[in-house]
Design a protein around this ligand. Structure first.
Ligand SMILES: Cc1cc2nc3c(=O)[nH]c(=O)nc-3n(C[C@H](O)[C@H](O)[C@H](O)COP(=O)(O)O)c2cc1C
Length: 357
């Protein structure tokens, strides 16, 4: 096994190696969600650095679903010129270009969206209100329309952000999503948004479009056994090309007492995968850790903070089997050299121990 072999998918082109750039919010877009020069530089530099697949940050599919200042938008045709330029430049480096589709649900800051955040249920604690059934249908439609827009812009595919307590994850939440209509209650009802969005994307985007989902296996109200069963159903459905498991620590053991002593990666690597591929994210900071993840059964590795620290993380792993990322905290100057603007460096200041004062 080599991290530098190709990885093929059911739909569309293959990845030239086993390295995917994780979706990374960077707050560098313009206020209206259009692409900035800074965001273009940050992402294309990762394509130049050798990532086989470059994923954008979470990009919102509705204005009301914005989660961060300076977030990339995919909810309007005004975003098309920037998206088109970005897709072309990433692909020119031989990387796959994929947009992460996002809606922040109850986590949308009111001061950013100018109204109450919306999510599957009322949440008085954060002042979010429940979507009506009609609004859920519109939400599904807007995810699909955003995917069609990314397809028109020339991206190879889209990833549905179903992790981290954003709107899709909120629908999946068994404790919170007690809706009485067809969008809540049973797992079948709670996961209906995922199926409807994916079916819509498959029927309205070109046949070779790469479609994937990101899931959280635990925390955020998720129950690991439920996520395993959704993962298996998705994997064999033929609708998705890969599932991106957001593990935060690839080699950690499960928190669920029924799965205790099993590592998260082993649970998903051994679950039914059909012809779908498995990507794993979380604390992969060296060539050795990447090799171990693939040896454990992942099809490719998903690199977050390591790719912020080194735009050419894959190339370094290729040159040096013992490569380990630079130690933290790092300096602002280093991050500038790695293609981050002041806005992104400022955001990284929120990640404890990452940037030296
Ligand atoms: C600065 C930053 C921004 C992130 N933004 C997103 C995002 O937009 N979408 C998402 O699904 N995950 C996001 N994540 C999670 C990462 O994609 C990744 O799963 C996580 O950082 C673990 O990988 P790592 O240990 O290699 O950083 C973000 C993480 C960081 C550090």
């Amino acid at each position: 096994m080599s991290l530098f072999d190709h990885v093929g998918f059911e739909h569309g082109p293959q990845m030239k190696n086993h390295f995917m750039l994780a979706p990374l919010t960077n707050q560098q877009s313009h206020d209206d969600g259009t692409l900035s020069e800074e965001e273009f530089t940050w992402l294309t530099k990762r394509a130049v650095g050798g990532f086989g697949l470059v994923m954008t940050c979470a990009a919102h599919v509705q204005r009301v679903g914005q989660g961060f200042a300076g977030q990339l938008g995919v909810f309007d045709d005004a975003h098309l010129p920037g998206l088109t330029r970005l897709a072309r430049a990433i692909k020119a480096e031989g990387s796959l270009a994929v947009v992460q589709l996002h809606h922040a649900g109850r986590r949308s800051p009111r001061e950013l969206i100018g109204t109450d955040p919306v999510c599957p249920f009322d949440d008085p604690e954060v002042g979010a209100r429940a979507l009506t059934s009609g609004e859920v249908e519109q939400l599904v439609e807007d995810f699909v329309v955003a995917a069609v827009r990314c397809d028109r812009a020339g991206f190879d595919g889209v990833e549905l952000h179903g992790a981290h307590d954003y709107v899709i994850c909120e629908f999946l939440n068994p404790e919170a999503n007690l809706r009485g209509d067809r969008w809540g209650g049973s797992l079948e009802n709670r996961s209906r948004v995922v199926w409807e969005i994916l079916s819509g994307i498959r029927s309205r985007c070109r046949p070779e479009f790469n479609v994937s989902v990101r899931l959280s296996p635990e925390r955020f109200g998720m129950r690991t056994p439920e996520i395993v069963s959704l993962y298996e159903e998705l994997a064999v459905s033929g609708l998705v090309d890969f599932i991106d498991m957001s593990l935060w620590d690839v080699f950690k053991t499960c928190a669920d007492p029924d799965l205790a002593e099993r590592r998260l990666i082993d649970v998903f690597a051994n679950a039914e995968r059909g012809r779908a591929r498995l990507g794993v994210a979380g604390k992969l900071y060296s060539a050795e850790e990447c090799r171990l993840a693939v040896e454990a059964g992942a099809d490719f590795v998903v690199i977050g903070r390591g790719a912020i620290l080194h735009h050419d993380f894959p190339r370094r792993c290729e040159r040096d089997a013992d490569f380990v990322v630079r130690s933290l905290p790092t300096t602002r100057e280093t991050l500038r050299e790695e293609g981050l603007s002041e806005a992104f460096i400022g955001y990284m200041g929120n990640w404890r121990g990452f940037v030296a004062d």
